[in-house]
Design a protein around this ligand. Structure first.
Ligand code: CO
Length: 134
């Protein structure tokens, strides 16, 4: 059911410092920052040829990324995103397998303008999984 790895998202405490590290030290192509208030993040996309890395900095007091950074002050891996062809079919199959969908269970429009869902990390060995319909 899952297809390609769309991206790996890393939560970072300082997006400017993280951008400099990826752009200058690692020599990667990094986008301009994009504020996504509805997701509580400012994000940059790092293009690593076979996939993308997203660097997420908290935006707003209620950002879930802020809570993550409080627990992991130097940052860390936040989620992985797999592509699916039909997000409703994927959701219904996962629910029938007993997996929990975060939020109200309805897809939201993600950082790439496509429908996304998040799966409960406790059901997937401690890793938050995002599904994106492509
Ligand atoms: Co993501």
């Amino acid at each position: 059911m899952i297809g390609r790895l769309n991206h790996v998202a890393l939560a970072v405490p300082d997006l400017a410092a993280a951008t400099a590290l990826y752009r200058n030290t690692l020599g990667a192509k990094v986008s301009e920052p994009q504020a996504l208030p509805e997701h509580g993040v400012t994000v940059v996309f790092v293009d690593v040829d076979n996939t993308k890395i997203e660097l997420l900095e908290p935006l707003g007091e209620t950002s879930t990324i802020r809570a993550f950074i409080e627990k992991n002050p130097s940052g860390g891996m936040h989620h992985v995103c797999y592509e699916v062809e039909d997000i409703i079919a994927a959701r219904d199959r996962l629910k029938s397998e007993g997996a929990r969908i975060l939020g109200d269970g309805e897809p939201k429009i993600g950082a790439h303008g496509k429908p996304v869902l998040f799966l409960h990390p406790k059901d997937f060995m401690g890793t938050l999984i995002e599904l994106e319909q492509v």
